[in-house]
Design a protein around this ligand. Sequence first.
Ligand code: BTN
Length: 326
Amino acid sequence: MDALHPRLLSVLGHLDAERFISGEAIAGRIGVSRAAVHGLVRQAAAHGVNVHAVRGRGYRLARPLELLDEARLAESLAPLGLHVLCLPEVDSTNARLLALAAAGAPHGLLLAAEWQTCGRGRRGRHWLGVLGAGLTFSLLWRFERPVAQLSGLSLAVGVALVRAMRALGAAGVGLKWPNDVLLGEDKLAGILIELSGDMLGPAAAVIGIGINLRAAELLTGQLGVPVADLETACGRRLERNAALAAVARELAGVLGIFDRHGFAPFRDVWRAWHAWQGRPVDVLGADGRVLTGRAVGVDDQGALLLDTGGGVEPILSGDLSLRSTR
Ligand code: BTN
């Protein structure tokens, strides 16, 4: 995705949805020309942030825009031992946090970005966001257990996301193995876990999460596949910083339990929220083979249990799709 103009977020930070602010006033505050402000407002529109421009009055946001607030997040998450870093733009919060982890960043560092130019998805895909309309962040977790004992971690993270979303009022949210959050059949959030550090010692994981908060229709248009957003699931407007803090709180709780007991304590709740429980599915393996069967749950390691008709097979990795039964 394109990089943002370095001043774009400054301009947006000076705009209001309640009242018009003149281009001259904004230009004065951030030290650019009025023409530059005009150009930046146009760039904002290209990113889905609509701004009313009225000659003689200035600019007003079509709807409120809440930027990430590092101080507020840090204050609310410090009691959990989390540290917060908010950046306007990065290539990928996962990539940046992996680099920080290698340089000795502390356990519990949460890195959130307003914009990713190269957000990573699973299996080499990209993660696309809409400016100010989603959450893209990564959390560094240094486990006591080694990498070999992290199976099921991404499923446990999915449980934390659904818990937080339900606490925010979401209805109809479910989990797709291994780690997507769905509203109905459409994706609402994705998880990408990348491991860092020495494979033999205690593991460190960079847990990357992307959540669509709003603007699902815009993203659907950009991606060409239907996606969902959390405000639709909640039926109300959400505050971005509050939503991020709520998710981080659940994550910290779940990860602490996971470090002591692994995935087993989350297996039943995962299954209760399994969006495709008992449904016919295809599983595309890394080797290109497709297995078909019914998704009947997960085991204590987080493997998908696939009833192939000839027995129940645990599947450790793969890409799941619903099989048409017509
Ligand atoms: C997927 O569903 O394919 C996983 C998507 C994970 C996206 C998030 S956005 C924040 C973090 N940084 C990244 O580069 N990717 C993850």
